[in-house]
Design a protein around this ligand. Structure first.
Ligand code: PEP
Ligand code: MG
Length: 878
């Protein structure tokens, strides 16, 4: 028998564990219902219905429609009201709710069920025509906005015009007739845009709304948000249909949002905002500036006390900080939503540590509670204290998301994106932000808004991104049309520098220098716990002693990749490197190499010193030659002089070195095969440096790891390894040292992965170079993929950049296979990863599962990797 799927659940039929099916909001509404809290009842259309909608080509099929109608009847019974009945109308809200919270990314429609007839009698029934017509115009506005996909601004302009005509400032000053007129105007706009009348049948309205929410899962801002937060598009969103309660019924009604702890600092204190006589959207959209939650205690003490009690119940129940939405309808409190609250990185660390201290959660739970990617915000610079002290703020507003931002002012999200892409640091200044601005916000150093409170869209999204944000600066005289604003007597135009302090809310009309961050306090505590649980070691990719020291201070346990060619990028060194590259004879090359040797030896000594005895993997030269060839006439002339050859002769050599595809050209171990003297020089530098440092630090067990790049065939490795061991053994024997060293290889060519059992006969370790491995497995260039990836995202061929997040299905299969084959030949083989993916949390989880020994990443990602490795070990013990 085929059991047909259930696509709709009453809140009372679900529970908090049904996130995948009901979405986060639906599951939590069900859970709050089960806890006996005052929740307006309703039902959830499942995420599977959303998937089905897409499978059916953007249609809600008859079966699902019938089920929704059945549940409307159920809701009518529960509420004692009737859909579309003017005498006793049931009005509902329709809200999206995916598995992972995506604040503001999808759509919400309130007051659905109103039409001309219903609103007229609703005005009489409630004895409050203003309220009735306010609800009606909001419904038409939100519904049209969602269905027409025109953005919130579109209708706000009509409201602003009406306010101007009436000579009033606030929405609340518009009377019933004004709102009635606005409703008429909105409907006319709808008809103009859609070519049909605004739907008056509540069932048609509901189906249209559910469909629009499903469709909003795929709007550009939702797609972008998913990509940033690793949310698969296959999840879909659920839709919650809930009986309306009204915060806009008059002065004994209101609506608000609150957090059980401060989402910026983590302080254990109720934190939130509310607006009297308003609906939820007003608080979140930041159209009116709200009051703080403690003021509610004075205005409506009973509702406030009940709310405080519920906050305690919810926090204890979920054992995490909650972010809640509530409405008070004529003094009666209703809970509309609860979820684990988004928080800044600093707050996340404090809350995790506090909850352990309070005995509410274990250390493992605390470690799993903090998003590793969020730590990034703490690892980045803060304002230089001395410079900050000297600077004079031109104004201040709400410290909505901490951090230090300094950049050039832009006034649109599009400009932010465009300027940032050409390398500018920008600060985005807006009257208020809306979800359409998400990409531009992401590209900005900081965000400054004129309107909106701590829970406005800009604030919530910026905190989620770890971007500094100062919001609600009503003192700004904004002139968006001419791209300038005035604050504190200073006019700031597009392109001028400003600085924002997201921790104090201060705004500076100048550039203030920043300084690096450090790990201490709660950060240090949590990292200590992470280290207790993780099984992967974390190393760093570092080419200079400065980077190595930075990484060591962030807890790196060695260097997993030193790209030796990068040691020669400095202007005073590149000449010797170029000389080596353009040498035509072995003699010329040996002369150049002799100049490089002392520099390399010195650098390696400094690296060993910086890592204090931890392992250091040094990769032999691997430059695609084009990165180093001189192109400027001056450089060519200088090099020709150095090499005692004519400029023309040198130009001929350079031309002869031209490669059509340098990434797949004369690079990697191919260089050492052609010119073994390069490997000889590098071995000499590595071994002599180790002997020298060992003499100074006899207690350090320095075992240099020499890594041969771009190996595809065992014979390549055998050849180069032979050069290395012959050279190294002679130096060690001559010095009388007891130094040990290892020779291993990168696995970055698919052929090496396929023959890893063979390669492991020679290689004492593998390090997966997933940059090249991705490039060669996909068959597209790591340097040029950006040109077409956007099209691939838009067409849903890829959801992520495979150069940032490992393609576990394809490239990952090679990594797993090569690891298994390597272990077959050499059970104690050390396995690492040193491509860019080594600092990506989802890739780190994969590396843990595959059984690698370590991940290696850039210094600033070391703490992120430590935490991600701990989370992987807790989730998947091995
Ligand atoms: C790699 O290919 O992943 C790697 C680490 O080497 P490089 O980026 O230097 O080619
Ligand atoms: Mg490589």
């Amino acid at each position: 028998m085929i059991v047909s799927k259930k696509f709709v659940y009453l809140f009372s039929e679900g529970n908090g564990k049904m996130r995948e099916l009901l979405g986060g909001k639906g599951a939590n509404l069900a859970e709050m219902t089960n806890l006996g809290l005052p929740v307006p009842q309703g039902f959830t259309v499942t995420t599977e219905a959303c998937t089905q909608y897409y499978a059916d080509g953007g249609k809600i099929n008859d079966e699902i429609q019938a089920e929704i109608l059945k549940y409307i009847t159920e809701l009518e019974k529960i509420s004692g009201k009737k859909f579309g009945d003017p005498k006793n109308p049931l009005l509902v809200s329709v809200r999206s709710g995916a598995r992972a919270s995506m604040p503001g990314m999808m759509d919400t429609i309130l007051n659905l069920g109103l039409n001309e007839e219903v609103v007229e009698s609703f005005a009489k029934l409630t004895n409050n025509p203003r309220f009735a017509y306010d609800s009606y115009r909001r419904f038409i506005q939100m519904y049209s906005d969602v269905v027409m996909e025109v953005g919130k601004k579109y209708f706000e302009e009509l409201i602003d015009k009406m306010k101007e005509e009436k000579g009033v400032k606030l929405d609340t000053e518009l009377d019933a007739d004004d709102l009635k007129e606005l409703a008429k105007q909105f409907k006319a706009e709808y008809k103009k845009a859609k070519g049909v009348e605004f739907p008056s049948d509540p069932v048609e309205q509901l189906m249209g709304a559910v469909k629009a929410v499903f469709r909003s899962w795929d709007n550009p801002r939702a797609i972008y948000y998913r990509r940033m937060n690793d949310i698969p598009s296959s999840w879909g969103t659920a839709v919650n249909v809930q009986a309306m309660v009204f915060g806009n019924m008059g002065d004994t009604s209101g609506t608000g949002v609150a957090f059980t702890r401060n989402p910026s600092t983590g302080e254990k204190k109720l934190y939130g905002e509310f607006l009297m006589n308003a609906q939820g959207e007003d608080v979140v959209a930041g159209v009116r500036t709200p009051q703080t939650i403690d003021q509610l205690a004075k205005i409506m003490p009973d509702a406030y006390n009940q709310f405080v009690k519920i906050c305690g119940i919810l926090e204890n129940h979920y054992r995490d900080m909650q972010d809640m939405e509530f409405t008070i309808e004529d003094k009666k409190l209703y809970m509309l939503q609860t979820r684990n609250g988004k928080r800044t990185a600093a707050a996340a660390l404090k809350i995790a540590c506090d909850l352990v201290e309070e005995g509410m959660i274990t250390k493992q739970e605390a470690v799993c509670m903090v998003d590793p990617k969020q730590l990034d915000a703490l690892l980045h610079p803060q304002f230089d204290a001395a410079a900050l002290k000297k600077a004079q703020p031109i104004g201040s507003a709400l410290p909505a998301s901490p951090g230090a931002a300094c950049g050039r002012v832009v006034f649109t999200a599009e400009d932010a994106t465009e300027w940032a892409k050409r390398g500018e640091k920008v600060v985005l200044c807006r009257l208020e932000t809306s979800p359409e601005d998400i990409e531009g916000m992401h590209y900005s150093q900081g965000i400054l808004t004129v309107r909106g409170g701590m829970t406005s869209h800009a604030a919530v999204v910026a905190r989620g991104m770890g971007t500094c944000c100062v919001s609600g600066c009503g003192d700004i005289k904004m002139d968006e049309a001419n791209k300038k604003f005035t604050l504190g007597g200073k006019t700031i135009s597009e392109g001028d520098y400003i600085s924002l302090d997201g921790s104090t809310g201060k705004i500076y009309g100048e550039a203030i220098p920043t300084v690096p961050a450090s790990i201490s306090g709660y950060f240090g505590t949590l990292m200590g716990w992470a280290d207790e649980f993780r099984q992967l070691k974390v190393r760093t990719n570092a080419d200079t002693p400065k980077d190595a020291k930075q990484a060591a201070s962030f807890g790196a346990e060695g260097i997993g990749l030193c790209r030796t060619e990068h040691m020669f990028f400095d202007t005073d060194r590149i000449a010797a490197m170029r000389e080596m590259i353009v040498s035509e004879t072995e003699e010329q090359r040996r002369t150049a190499l002799a100049k490089l040797l002392p520099m390399q030896r010195g650098d390696f000594e400094a690296l060993y010193e910086a890592m204090g005895g931890y392992a250091v993997t040094i990769r032999f030269l691997d430059p695609p030659l084009h990165e180093f060839l001189p192109t400027a006439e001056d450089d060519i002339v200088a090099l020709a002089g150095e090499m005692k050859m004519s400029v023309q002769a040198l130009k001929d050599v350079i031309a002869s070195l031209h490669e059509f595809n340098p990434m797949m050209g004369h690079r990697g171990c191919r260089l050492a095969v052609s010119y073994p003297e390069i490997a000889e020089m590098q071995t000499t530098a590595v071994i002599e440096a180790a002997i020298n440092v060992k003499k100074k630090h006899s207690d350090w067990d320095i075992v240099p790891e020499i890594m041969i790049p771009l190996v595809g065939d065992i014979k390549e490795l055998q050849y180069v390894k032979n050069v290395v061991t012959t050279t190294a053994d002679a130096i060690i024997a001559k010095s009388g040292s007891s130094l040990h060293y290892k020779v291993g290889t990168m696995i970055e060519i698919p052929r090496a992965a396929l023959t890893a059992d063979e390669i492991a006969k020679e290689a004492e370790f593998f390090s997966f170079g997933t940059n090249d491995l991705t490039q060669m497995t996909f068959g597209f260039s790591r340097d040029d993929a950006g040109k077409f990836l956007e099209a691939y995202y838009a067409k849903k061929i890829y959801e992520n950049d495979p150069f940032a997040k490992l393609d576990q299905i394809g490239v990952g299969k090679l990594v797993k296979m090569a690891s298994d084959l390597g272990k077959q030949t050499r059970p104690d083989i050390k396995l690492g990863i040193c491509g860019e993916h080594g600092g990506d949390p989802s890739t780190i989880e994969f590396c843990h599962k595959v059984g690698l020994t370590y991940v290696s990443c850039s210094p600033f990602r070391v703490p992120i990797a430590r935490l991600a490795a701990a989370q992987a070990a807790i989730k998947y013990p091995r």
